[in-house]
Write a protein that binds this ligand. Structure first.
Ligand code: COD
Ligand code: ZN
Ligand code: ZN
Length: 382
């Protein structure tokens, strides 16, 4: 009732609210008053309630992933629809939603293909930071701001395309399921959907942040017998044990390459390997950690711009499979609600991933926690 009243009062009007603006990448975000335009045709304006801080947002701030500036970052969000633009039919004001960076238009070649999940409506690999009509809905100090990955959740209100908005169960707790907008879904799906981890198998996961930890949960759910976790942060290794990691490896404790250690530990290499860090070296190590004949390696991390992956093709010739995957290979609007159902049925536990909570205005502190390695996921509340 309260929400509907609120929505009626603001529908069709510009909303002025607080947002964290990234003017340049080498400075903290600045909390500003921004004007958020009403949604145009096919768009949805959302009141953000919760947002996680994902490693990819940090990649942007550290200059490894270039997006047009100035920008409002954040993509792991959950909120409530405030108003809708013309023609929007899949959500209505008051609905709980997730802000997902991969759209699903249900019409393009990728969406129509049974396996495709990279909708062609928006190429997230080369972000333009504008709505599909080439304009922005955010203004700050008279300047137009870009959006990030079509989402922008570090703001009290955002505008997204309907095709990137996932409708949620009315009972879903937004302060938890926001992780399903990116980190959890990205990691869990890479194990379940892309690698198709098999019962009794051996898996190795490089990087035990929010995404890598979710890979571990996926491997465990798929029945992996052994899960080797690799991280340079001892605290991350310790925490991952509680998630299902059976063997912890810190590459800094070994003189030889970590892939050699994994191959020796497993006999012939792991059945499945996952890279959730985003460096070239760890991608090659992940590839070489899986069995040379039947091993499957899934790359999840984004490497610094313009970097090239180099390895001896013999690594593949012997039979290995190298795969990549965005957002866990889920078709977002079709499949993410099913994950929410699993969460509501207690089949998925997000609590071990949420190590910190902060009010939104302390978003820069949240990034400090991520960079210092103290947090797995810090969830901001608005
Ligand atoms: N060796 C071992 N561990 C390392 C190393 C290293 N050389 N360097 C860093 N680590 C560990 C860190 O200690 C940390 O625990 C972990 O790697 C990284 O975790 P986070 O918490 O910084 O980041 P996540 O888990 O939120 O995200 C990691 C990704 C690599 C998945 C992310 O940053 C990324 O690149 N995402 C791109 C993929 C994608 O789909 N992007 C779209 C939206 S996410
Ligand atoms: Zn993310
Ligand atoms: Zn599409």
């Amino acid at each position: 009732m309260e929400q509907e009243k609120c929505s009626m009062e603001t529908t069709g009007k510009v909303i002025t609210c607080k947002a964290a603006v990234t003017w340049t990448i080498d400075a903290p975000m600045s909390i500003e008053d921004v004007e958020v335009d009403p949604p145009k045709a096919g768009e949805v304006r959302i009141k953000i309630i919760s947002s996680g801080i994902c490693g990819s947002d940090n990649h942007v701030l550290e200059g490894d992933f270039k997006v047009p500036l100035p920008v409002i970052l954040g993509h792991e969000g959950a909120g409530i629809v405030e108003s809708i633009g013309e023609g929007v039919s899949s959500v209505k004001p008051g609905d709980k939603v997730l802000t997902v960076f991969l759209p699903q238009c249900r019409k393009c070649d990728s969406c129509l293909h049974a396996k495709g999940n990279c909708c062609l409506k928006e190429d997230v690999r080369h972000p333009v930071g504008l709505m599909l009509d080439g304009t922005s809905r955010f203004t700050c100090r008279g300047r137009k701001l870009h959006n990030a990955f079509g989402t922008s959740t570090f703001t009290e209100y955002t505008v997204m395309h309907e095709i990137s908005v996932v409708k949620l169960d009315e009972a879903a707790p937004l302060e938890k399921v926001c992780l399903l907008a990116c980190g959890f879904t990205t990691g869990y799906g890479s194990a379940i959907n892309k690698a198709r981890v098999t019962p009794g198998s051996t898996c190795v996961v490089f990087g035990l942040g929010g995404v890598g930890s979710s890979v571990v949960l996926g491997c465990k759910a798929a029945g992996a017998a052994r899960i080797i976790g690799i991280d340079i942060n001892e605290e991350k290794l310790a925490r991952a044990k509680a998630l299902g990691v059976t063997d912890c490896l810190n590459p800094r404790n070994f003189k030889k390459p970590i892939q050699q250690v994994v191959v020796e530990m497993t006999g012939f290499g792991a059945d499945f390997s996952f890279e959730a860090i985003g460096t070239i070296d760890t991608m090659v190590a992940a590839l070489e950690s899986c069995n040379s004949s039947y091993g499957v390696c899934v790359i999840i991390g984004v490497a610094p711009e313009k970097s090239q992956l180099a390895f001896n093709p013999m690594q593949l010739l012997s039979g290995r499979t190298l795969k990549g995957c965005f957002l866990g290979d889920f078709k977002t609007r079709d499949h993410v609600p099913l994950l929410v159902d699993d969460y509501m049925k207690n089949k998925i536990n997000l609590d071990p991933l949420i190590t910190h909570r902060l009010p939104f205005l302390k978003v820069n502190e949240g990034f400090d926690l991520l960079r210092s390695g103290k947090s797995v996921r810090c969830v901001l509340s608005f």
